[in-house]
Design a protein around this ligand. Structure first.
Ligand SMILES: [Zn+2]
Length: 127
């Protein structure tokens, strides 16, 4: 069972695209469907890229609790589409977030925040 799962994953890996990415960690890879999964130093690098692209501004913007700008050490990488739903570690699927907003995006939350998070997930500007 375990062997079969590993084999099927290996078959879906895009060896050429993975090599082209010049990953720093040998566990990082890209799949044939374009999804990307990063580990170790590649994961740290991606976190940094998300922080810089979003200029340290939380993208979840939970009303009343969001501080807006969050420093690198205090902020978090939020996967817009969770990995368990088929999301990946690509830059496009990541947003910078404050801790409270990130928690709210993943835990039980009131409907008004859920709607807001869902709007962000669809790439809509809710401002
Ligand atoms: Zn926030």
């Amino acid at each position: 069972m375990r062997r079969r799962r590993l084999k099927s994953k290996r078959m879906r890996v895009d060896a050429e695209a993975t090599a082209a990415m010049k990953y720093l960690d040998r566990r990082s890879y890209r799949l044939l469907d374009g999804r990307e999964f990063v580990f170790g130093k590649d994961s740290s690098k991606r976190r940094q890229e998300i922080y810089e692209r979003d200029m340290g501004m939380c993208q979840i913007k939970l009303p009343h609790v969001c501080p807006g700008r969050v420093l690198y050490l205090g902020g978090e990488w939020h996967h817009v589409k969770p990995k368990w739903k088929g999301g990946d570690d690509s830059l496009a699927n990541g947003v910078w977030s404050c801790r409270r907003g990130h928690e709210a995006a993943h835990n039980r939350q009131p409907k008004w925040t859920r709607d807001r998070t869902a709007a962000i997930a669809k790439g809509l500007n809710t401002e």
